[in-house]
Ligand binder design. Structure first.
Ligand code: ADP
Length: 573
């Protein structure tokens, strides 16, 4: 374009030539100027409304591709910003060029749409051009026409490529994030760069569809954007309307406000923009489905290009992508909050149980002491004695439950960590089996124990591991009908020590297996319910195994038997 303009000045005999292109906002922007430095300085980048040109063209003489408007016909009110008035006096000739004469070639595409102009001024010979000169100028006009169309097309294409790239980057980063802060932090750069914006801010609405104090505003440089309550309200309303209409809103001086913004609101926004040194903004509603979830504002300072159609379309697409990401983040945050609430509830439940158990323990110890005293008195009748025995059995059972509750609370308390040392699991199993011999014999159970020669050291707390073995073995004995078998194995596998307790007892259904190990859970199987129990034993086992960094594996077939396996880290000593 510059070369064409220079051709006009150097070969077609004009002092100044300027090529302009029509922009999307309805303004002509001067793209190339040839001539004096003063002319270039004054004209380059100048923007004037297209209709100024078209109204002048109506009065023009038709010179092929060129249009000539003699100064007598020019609009005297056109003002300073229109054209260029060189400071020269016309020569004394009937064809003299007047400083206010206008010679311009409007540049149309094949469909007749106006895309630019080639304007020239200051003929070197001081005369309005004759036929020969017009023919040359016509050639330059045709060249300019092609150049402007190609340049605009290329700009549009580059714009689309840039926007597609920005959109891709945003979709990739934003949708991978589950926190709102991260979504904004990660898409900020792509947004500002992709849209060639000076800054951005983002406001999200809460579930009632409001932002402001409850919503959050992010600016591109990390600083907080202070919006007055009035502006927040305008933004909220505009976002909802814009989302409904699936439109973005451009706020810029000299630009008509969209339907999402009243003239009064637009003026307020413009005043605010002036205050913060911003010239224009692209306002995009964010949402998912019918719900508007916030808005994204991209800003440009003075001198930056106008927001293009491609940018508006991409921004709206991004409004959908960010909207979905915000919705996901919101759901995730809600779930996170729920999990936290449940954890708090669980902690509270644990504390409540521990406190109740504590409070019951002392009076129960006193009850048992008195029962013992009474039971030892010599002059008791048979009925009294059997009542006392029943009370004693009941009290002992209560003590066991209370002790289990206290142990459950202790082994689940992160503030009461276990102190690990090498513990011989084979030895523990020996001790546990000794204690179980009597009840096992009563049920004529066959108990087989397979231990390697020598100790098998696990890393852990002796009493707690003793409790694990005791609970599993006593359950196997309890839930295996008479004459069944129970097999206990201690083994070393790689870096682990494994305790296996397998029985051929009543088994556990697959549904019950899923809940096994939660406090107070007992199988629904009537054969299991018929046995005395609290449903605390396996919960204790699970917690102890967990805090040892081990794992509990249970396999069971209802009516056929169960295998419990505890994997624990081995100790070398
Ligand atoms: P409790 O035996 O006191 O009820 P546990 O926590 O030790 O409590 O066990 C929970 C439930 O798991 C038991 O009520 C029982 O239904 C089932 N269970 C545990 N061990 C076995 C087993 N070896 N065979 C069949 N069912 C078992």
């Amino acid at each position: 374009m510059q070369l064409i303009a220079e051709g006009v000045t150097q070969l077609a005999g004009f002092g100044v030539a300027a090529i302009s292109a029509v922009r999307e906002d309805g303004k002509m922007e001067v793209m190339a100027v040839a001539g004096s430095d003063a002319a270039r300085l004054e004209l380059q980048g100048r923007r004037t409304p297209v209709d100024r040109l078209t109204s002048e063209l109506a009065k023009a003489d038709d010179w092929g591709l060129l249009r000539f408007v003699p100064h007598e016909r020019l609009d005297p009110d056109a003002g300073e910003d229109w054209g260029w008035v060189p400071d020269v006096a016309p020569i004394d000739d009937e064809n003299a060029w007047h400083p206010l004469d206008m010679l311009v070639a409007p540049l149309y595409d094949d469909d007749g749409a106006l895309h630019g102009s080639l304007a020239m001024d200051l003929p070197i010979d001081g005369r309005r051009p004759g036929q020969a000169q017009r023919a040359v100028l016509n050639q330059y006009a045709e060249q300019s026409r092609r150049a402007v169309l190609v340049a605009l097309e290329r700009e549009k294409l580059a714009d689309r490529v840039r926007m597609a790239d920005a959109a891709r980057r945003i979709v990739r980063t934003a949708t991978a994030q589950l926190s709102l802060d991260r979504i904004v932090a990660d898409s900020r750069e792509a947004l500002v760069e992709g849209f060639r914006a000076a800054g951005m801010w983002l406001q999200t609405f809460d579930r009632d569809g409001h932002g402001g104090a409850r919503g959050e505003l992010y600016s591109s440089d990390g600083s907080h954007v202070h919006l007055t309550p009035e502006l927040i309200e305008i933004a909220e309303g505009a976002a909802h309307r814009a989302w409904e209409q699936q439109q973005v809103v451009v706020v810029a001086p000299d630009r008509a406000f969209s339907a999402a913004l009243s003239a009064e609101q637009g003026a307020l926004v413009l005043a605010f923009l002036r205050e913060i040194g911003v010239e224009s903004l692209l306002f995009t509603p964010l949402g998912a489905g019918p719900e508007c979830l916030g808005n994204l504002v991209l800003t440009r300072t003075a001198g930056a290009p106008e927001w293009t159609e491609a940018e508006a379309t991409t921004a709206l697409d991004i409004g959908h992508d960010l909207g979905r990401a915000i919705l996901n983040a919101r759901i995730f945050e809600r779930e996170h909050q729920l999990v936290e609430e449940l954890q708090q509830l669980d902690t509270y439940k644990g504390q409540l149980l521990a406190t109740v158990a504590h409070e019951l323990k002392n009076p129960l110890t006193s009850v048992m002491g008195h029962l013992e005293m009474l039971e030892s008195s010599p002059d008791l009748t048979g009925t009294t004695r059997s009542s006392l025995n029943a009370m004693d059995r009941g009290a002992r059972r209560m003590v066991r439950v209370i002790e289990d509750l206290l142990l459950l609370s202790k082994v689940g308390d992160p503030d009461d960590p276990m102190i690990a040392a090498p513990v011989d699991l084979a030895r523990i199993v020996d001790d546990v089996v000794d204690l179980i011999t009597v009840p096992a014999e009563q049920k004529q159970l066959e108990i087989t124990v397979e231990l390697p020669a020598g100790p098998v050291f696990a890393l852990g707390d002796h009493d707690e591991l003793d409790r694990v073995a005791a609970n599993l073995v006593s359950n196997a004995v309890k839930y295996t009908p008479a004459s069944g078998t129970v097999r206990i194995v201690v083994d070393r596998t790689g870096d682990d020590v494994v305790l296996t307790v397998a029985d051929e007892g009543i088994g556990i259904s697959q549904d019950d297996l899923l809940r096994l190990g939660t406090e107070f859970f007992r199988s629904s199987n009537p054969e299991a319910v018929a046995q005395p129990g609290t449903g605390l034993g396996l919960a204790i086992v699970r917690r102890i195994v967990d805090r040892h960094g081990g794992r509990l594996e249970i396999q069971s077939d209802l009516g056929r038997g169960s295998t419990f396996q505890v994997w624990l880290p081995a100790a070398s000593a």
